[in-house]
Design a protein. Structure first.
Length: 321
């Protein structure tokens, strides 16, 4: 038997009304991207401007501003020697969005999680495409009293995903749930991100890789997988997964915490995680999943069409402070 029991995932929720001061970027590949070396652990207070105390959202870790420039990180295609990046302070969810969290606001379009592949409140959401993740972020932001990051078009309600062309509605009234298109809808290629908004969003590729590296953006003390050079200590992958997903925040080795140094779980393995950045007509996903080994390397990059729903694709959310 693998693991020492799952830690119940606490949904990332807004516990403060602080405004965002994140760096801008614009649509497409951001010109400035995040970095961190912040604290892991449970929700708590942290010092804000003017001595005020800000609450870290439950189920999240706080990651301060970091800058990268100079020495390249070996094998990274993001943190290269010719690049200078400034990554804003963020709150990052310590686990992949779960099926229970996802179904609070959204419905699965097309295929749905099964017992054979892992089904339950605390299992990661999968069969979720990039568009579905965008819908979830805006709906959760609105529910948490935050300013949604994503817009489609320029109208006054451009951030209201329930009105976007191609959004799929399941049910009526207060019980209605939504998801994105499950086939190519070119209008969704025009989605933009307001980097000044304080709502939930997908991490940029640089933010994701920084988080996977535990906030370490030097070329020293790096690990192959997120938190370890031994894949079985930190990841659900081909050998130990039983060909299925596992509940989030589950230890892979009994009595051995599998979080990385920031307190983040499953940055390697379990499900691949969508990120914001486009690659031609595709979107990147990172981290590998319950099958494969090399896919779980921190430096590995994959891409899928934004409408692809796969048994190995899920996501994690962040928001700027």
């Amino acid at each position: 038997m693998y693991g020492g029991g799952a830690l119940v995932a606490t949904s990332c929720s807004n516990n403060s009304n602080s405004s965002n001061n994140g760096d801008g970027g614009g649509s497409g590949t951001p010109t400035s991207q995040p970095e961190s070396g912040g604290s892991g652990g449970s929700a708590g207070g942290e010092q804000g401007g003017g001595g005020s105390q800000q609450q870290i959202p439950a189920g999240c870790v706080s990651v301060p501003v970091k800058n990268f420039g100079g020495t390249a990180i070996t094998d990274s295609e993001v943190f290269i020697g010719s690049r200078n990046l400034s990554l804003p302070a963020i709150y990052a969810c310590d686990h992949e969005v779960t099926q229970g969290e996802y179904e609070t606001y959204c419905a699965f379009g097309g295929l749905s999680p099964s017992s054979a592949l892992g089904k339950g409140t605390n299992y990661p959401a999968y069969y979720v495409n990039w568009c579905d993740a965008i819908v979830y972020c805006n709906l959760k932001s609105k529910a948490d009293g935050l300013t949604p990051c994503y817009k489609l078009g320029t109208s006054t309600d451009a951030a209201d995903v329930t009105k976007w062309t191609g959004v799929v509605k399941h049910g009526e009234g207060a019980a209605a749930k939504y998801c994105g298109p499950s086939n190519d809808n070119t209008s969704w290629n025009g989605i933009t991100c307001d980097w000044t908004a304080n709502g939930w969003r997908l991490p940029t590729e640089a933010e994701w890789e920084m988080l996977a590296r535990g906030g370490n953006l030097t070329n020293s003390n790096q690990t192959t997988y997120s938190g370890s050079n031994t894949i079985g200590d930190v990841a659900w992958y081909t050998t130990n997964s039983g060909n299925k997903t596992h509940e989030v925040k589950t230890n892979k080795v009994e009595n051995k915490d599998s979080a990385n140094s920031l307190g983040l779980y499953d940055m390697s393995g379990n499900v691949c995680e969508w990120v914001w950045n486009p690659y031609n007509s595709y979107r990147y996903d990172r981290g590998g999943s319950w099958f494969g080994v090399d896919y779980c390397r921190i430096d590995n990059k994959e891409f899928n069409h934004s409408y692809n729903q796969r048994s190995y694709l899920g996501f994690r959310i962040v928001r700027s402070k």
